[in-house]
Design a binder for this molecule. Sequence first.
Ligand code: URA
Length: 431
Amino acid sequence: MNEPFDAPHVIATKRDRKRLSDEQIDWVIDAYTRHVVAPEQMSALAMAILLNGMDHDEIARWTHAMIASGERMDFSGLSRPTADKHSTGGVGDKITLPLAPLVAACGVAVPQLSGRGLGHTGGTLDKLESIPGWNASLSIDAMMAQLDDVGAVICAAGSGLAPADKKLYALRDVTGTVEAIPLIASSIMSKKIAEGTDALVLDVKVGSGAFMKSETDARELAETMVVLGTDAGVNTVALLTDMSTPLGRTAGNAIEVAESVEVLAGGGPSDVVELTLALAREMLAAAGKPDVDPADALADGRAMDVWRRMIAAQGGDPDAALPEGRESHVVTASSGGTLTRLDAFGVGVAAWRLGAGRARPGEDVQAGAGVVLHAKPGDAVAAGAPLMTLHTDEPARFERAMEALDGAFDVEPGGPGGDHVAGSIVLDRIG
Ligand code: URA
């Protein structure tokens, strides 16, 4: 085929800090998907974008070129409006599990296409696969039928949705180019726009356990994604939320499912409940139901009913015992006082090294592996009291997990109070 551009020239344009034209962007994404642009050429271009950025129009065109690389879904035949949520990834972030059935219980359908763990951050599908029998892969017809009947689906994205992003994401993962805001924004939004939801709520994490460590970067990412979504006709808002310490009291797979079920039963840690309700309110408002209070559906068991039906519809047994790690190790406080810091990144890496995440693509994860926290920042701890319990099937993993926790928490003399008292988890709203 006679190609209208050549890759070295497109790379040099961005290397020299110039704008890529619409035609260059359309071509490079399409040619990369057709294997005409080689991986080494695309990685050079991704690095030039990371270093020199893209303006708003370039990012929008890049996003649309990735959408055009695959199919688009259409939920307009459903009897209810749809709303989706996307988190940029964190430690102990199990919010999708209680949130999807909760929002469905309030009359809005939730088509949640989810992913697997990436690095130290957990993946929703890995967590749900710890439920015996549960199946992540659904055909589009099965997904539509479940959305109509149950109102909520959490499943793997099919390979036809934004295939250019799948290829580019895998390349960025191994070329040090994940952290480019234009590339993260276009990657996330190409999948969400192609999915065809009416409304989208973005949970943009900030802090040591997130991709964005600073609030300035997180805000820029959130603003970029909100503009991309809004311009594409998706009612989009973003919450900036704290990820300096893990969410809830568990980081792993089965242990996070158990904690989510506690929330659906009306209990659970206050930060998980707070964020679940904040995101549910945003999703309901964005889908045209601002007056519905999701707290009622959590308290009266309607969200739990939808959870049970959602799990059963995908082959899972909501009453089955969840797997537990065969071995455990308790980390204790060497002195008494107040836990003033518990670092999300350290806990995330420990859970990952215990077997909750994978070191190579495609590896199996351990359903029972992870970290259970017995104290959160602001809690009083006595000398010798348990701070956390590590779980795994392979005791040889404890040593490397303990290394990740070295320096990851502080216990200071004195009682609880002052600066250590946790503030609101929601830092800001954009949209
Ligand atoms: N999640 C995505 O889907 N893409 C990114 O680039 C980063 C996080």
